[in-house]
Design a protein around this ligand. Structure first.
Ligand code: URA
Ligand code: CA
Length: 435
């Protein structure tokens, strides 16, 4: 096989066979296919697309380009959840203990990464003593015993995707549905998921800004999953404004605790119930989504969800007392309320800019070397549609520095107040893959 023939084939809008796709991904992973040929191919895919079969083949070729995690020693159906990323997205912290309380095994491999706030592991490390450096055997034992454990990323998962994503980043080919969908799905499958629940964000703060693009991506991923034998469902949820109120690591842990207690923000709670229902259903712990939701509400009100979080923290060295006493979480030295400059209704809270403001306070990493300040961040008091009076607090800033004029400026510039009444955005746009 010659790569140049395959580039021409795709350029001319023809289908690549399973063997051809395997040849490409193997060759690219072991450097026998150079970047310039792979760039030409990704551009051809960008314009010509890929059919369902090609997408499934590309996904599995990337899965097999490196190590895969074997979770077969864990009893039950392992459901993994993936979010395409947003601001102040506390759902993973809530969903893990929530569904574990119903016996759904949560075997989470998680990373740190760059962003407005830390990743799930950074957030959990706001709990004193909590650590994810555990052996594989211990990880599996904990999931079997408590139904939940988190381990740091290890092994060489999907090296083809790492190389390809970096190449796409500099060749104008990130924004291709078949390439995005296979990239995301390959990572979930390599990490050992039997079933996958996707949270595809839409709106200003999301990777996909329009509902049409979000729907296309969600459908593409659901089809890939189902075509390769992993039951997959997707929710398209709003990210035009940050989710919940808290943006920051310790602040989000506190928000997760509130939510597990049934006292969390309405939007975060609703999204967790929706995604959680899908996870419980996919894991075979409820016959319908409605039954799954009822069971989730039950473990929130009877305290089992909160108890599951405590056990999880304690089993990985964390201080479970933070659950009853969140003041044991890292606390910022300074707090500052940002007063509204006028009367009206909140019409916009531009999610990614608010996230950047949190990062400027130190809540996230700008570069791999940045050190996160777990205590700092922002807690919103108003969301889109809320009425606000002049002088009333829009949000509280939690900081460890005395000077944050630039942060205040950024926040004022990205929270819009209108004189007219504004309706709150729809939270759950669509659910894809419920049959
Ligand atoms: N996220 C991924 O993991 N891959 C993509 O291609 C795009 C977003
Ligand atoms: Ca939040």
């Amino acid at each position: 096989m010659r790569m140049v023939d395959l580039i021409e084939k795709k350029r001319d809008g023809k289908e690549l066979t399973t063997e051809e796709i395997q040849f490409i991904i193997e060759g690219y992973t072991n450097n026998t296919i150079p970047d310039y040929q792979m760039s030409a191919l990704t551009m051809a895919i960008y314009f010509q697309g890929m059919n369902e079969r090609e997408r499934a083949d590309l996904t599995m070729a990337m899965v097999h380009s490196g190590d895969t995690i074997d979770l077969s020693a864990i009893e039950g159906i392992k459901v993994d959840k993936h979010s395409t990323g947003g601001v102040g997205d506390t759902t993973t912290l809530v969903l893990g203990p929530l569904v574990a309380a119903l016996g759904v095994p949560v075997a989470k491999m998680s990373g740190r990464g760059l962003g407005h706030t830390g990743g799930t592991i950074d957030k959990l490390e706001a709990v004193k003593g909590f650590h994810v450096e555990i052996e594989n055997d211990e990880f599996i034992r904990l999931v079997n015993e408590n139904k939940i454990a988190v381990i740091g990323q290890s092994g060489n998962l999907t090296p083809a995707d790492k190389k390809l994503y970096a190449l796409r980043d500099v060749t104008g080919t990130v924004n291709s549905i078949p390439l995005i969908a296979s990239s995301i799905m390959s990572k979930k499958i390599a990490a050992g998921a039997d079933a996958i629940c996707l949270d595809v964000k839409t709106g200003a703060g999301a990777f996909m800004k329009t509902i049409e693009d979000s729907r296309e991506l969600a459908k593409a991923m659901v089809n890939i999953g189902n075509n390769v034998g992993r039951k997959t469902m997707a929710v398209i949820s709003d990210m035009s404004q940050p989710l919940g109120y808290a943006i920051g690591n310790a602040l989000e842990v506190k928000e997760a605790i509130d939510t597990l207690r049934g006292e969390g923000p309405e939007d975060l709670t609703e999204l967790c119930l929706t995604l959680g229902s899908h996870m419980v259903y996919l894991a075979g712990k409820a016959a319908t989504l409605e039954e799954a939701r009822q069971k989730l509400l039950e473990v929130i009100s009877n305290g089992k969800a909160l108890e599951s979080f405590k056990i999880f923290l304690q089993s990985q060295g964390g201080d479970p007392e933070v659950v009853d006493n969140p003041s044991k979480l890292p606390q910022a030295k300074y707090t500052f309320d940002l007063p509204s400059l006028e009367d009206g209704y909140v019409s916009e809270i531009i999610a990614d800019e608010i996230g950047t403001a949190a990062m400027m306070l130190g809540a996230g990493r700008a570069t791999k070397e940045s050190v996160i300040d777990l205590a700092v961040g922002i807690v919103l008091h108003k969301k889109i549609g809320d009425e606000v009076k002049k002088g009333e607090s829009l949000l509280t800033i939690y900081a460890n520095q005395e000077q944050f004029e630039d942060v205040k400026e950024k926040l004022y510039a990205n929270i819009k107040i209108s004189k007219q009444k504004v309706t709150a955005p729809i939270l759950i746009h669509e659910e894809i893959g419920k049959d």
